[in-house]
Design a protein around this ligand. Structure first.
Ligand SMILES: [Zn+2]
Length: 358
């Protein structure tokens, strides 16, 4: 039943539409019971779990995976979590919205079908309203699902959008904190608002095995940004190692993450660990591909968080000229020279101190 939802979702999506048996399978029934609550399937790859009793420490949690279809480790983590709830090893104590993002691209084992889904989460008709195709339509469906869920469960909102990275990384597991100016309910000077978080979060991220936290410096219309910007949720894009096919992932390296998801599902407080080994970075520049002559000046396979010294050239462009590191070293994250014109080709980041506890 529930533990088969994930494979059934993927099987059904790949079954030919004229196969009537694909629409009447028992494991695809829309709702049912599980340990501590019930589940309801809202749509393809959209599953809500509702506890009979909401635990005292419960958060309202959106857990998403497969926004990029070839990033399989997070999908395997979701499968494990659902299996543990199904057999009663975990007892549901918190409302959860579980999302498999881009099902056609998961089936194709590709990052996306026509365009990158993780830049389309914007409540703005000019951006996605007039776009057709798999990804814009899916973005609208997922935004509605998140809107409905957080409207019904407005307390202690949390969204974990789990990914794996295309390249190696000095810090294989890291969290990206989306930017927003609006964090209600906490009064702080405007310039620090974008980094206000519940004080336990950094320790929870450390316990979940994160090695670095990266603060975005401007809006970026990702799924986690959507929850943070429009719903004031605590939200992260979590990079959990490197892209590998199903079955090739080292889930033991994600033990901390597995433990965190289990605690959230049961509505227990998250484990915490000291921040000694957690590094903090802030985006200081974005390299944009502004012309066809744009190129990155370093090797294609450079690892995320590789540091470049003052005076080194990072990019070249016949129109806007070279980009040279100035003032202090810069580290490169998510470099990709082959993005569309006027899209981001790399984030440039610098270390920053841990945000103040409060
Ligand atoms: Zn991704």
């Amino acid at each position: 039943m529930l533990d088969k939802w994930l494979t059934a979702t993927l099987d059904d999506a790949s079954a030919s539409s004229d196969d009537p048996s694909s629409h009447s399978r028992p494991e695809n029934s829309d709702e049912g019971r599980l340990s501590g609550g019930r589940y309801r399937i809202h749509g393809e790859g959209i599953l809500e779990l509702t506890p009979d009793v909401v635990a005292a420490d419960a958060r309202s949690v959106v857990i998403s995976a497969g926004i990029h279809g070839n990033e399989t480790a997070p999908i395997e983590l979701v499968g494990e979590l659902l299996a543990a709830l199904e057999i009663g090893r975990l007892k549901l104590g918190a409302p959860l919205l579980i999302i498999l993002g881009n099902i056609p691209s998961i089936l194709a084992q590709s990052r996306f079908v026509t365009t990158n889904l993780n830049r389309l989460f914007r409540q703005d008709c000019d951006q996605t309203g007039d776009q057709t195709g798999d990804e814009p339509e899916r973005a609208r469906e997922l935004m509605r699902a998140v809107d409905d869920f957080f409207a019904r469960y407005p307390d202690h909102r949390l969204h974990l959008d789990m990914h794996t990275a295309i390249r190696d990384s000095r810090y294989p597991r890291f969290a990206v904190v989306p930017f927003t100016e609006t964090v209600p309910r906490v009064e702080k000077p405007a310039e620090t608002r974008s980094e206000i978080q519940p004080s336990s979060s950094w320790q929870s991220l450390a316990a979940a095995g994160m090695q670095a936290v990266l603060f975005q410096h401007q809006h970026s219309w990702t799924f986690s940004h959507y929850s943070r910007h429009y719903h004031a949720a605590e939200a992260y894009t979590l990079e959990l190692g490197k892209v590998r096919p199903f079955g090739d992932n080292d889930l033991d390296a994600l033990n901390g993450m597995r433990t965190w998801l289990a605690a959230l599902a049961e509505g227990r407080p998250s484990a915490e660990e000291k921040l000694d080994d957690l590094r903090f970075f802030r985006v200081t520049h974005e390299l944009m591909r502004t012309s066809d002559t744009f190129r990155l000046a370093f090797a294609d396979d450079v690892a995320n968080f590789t540091e470049f010294a003052v005076g080194e050239t990072l990019a070249d462009d016949q129109e806007s000229g070279p980009f040279i590191v100035q003032d202090a070293p810069l580290s490169v994250v998510f470099p990709n020279a082959n993005v569309e014109l006027n899209a981001r080709a790399a984030l440039l980041v610098r270390p920053c101190p841990p945000p103040d506890p409060h």
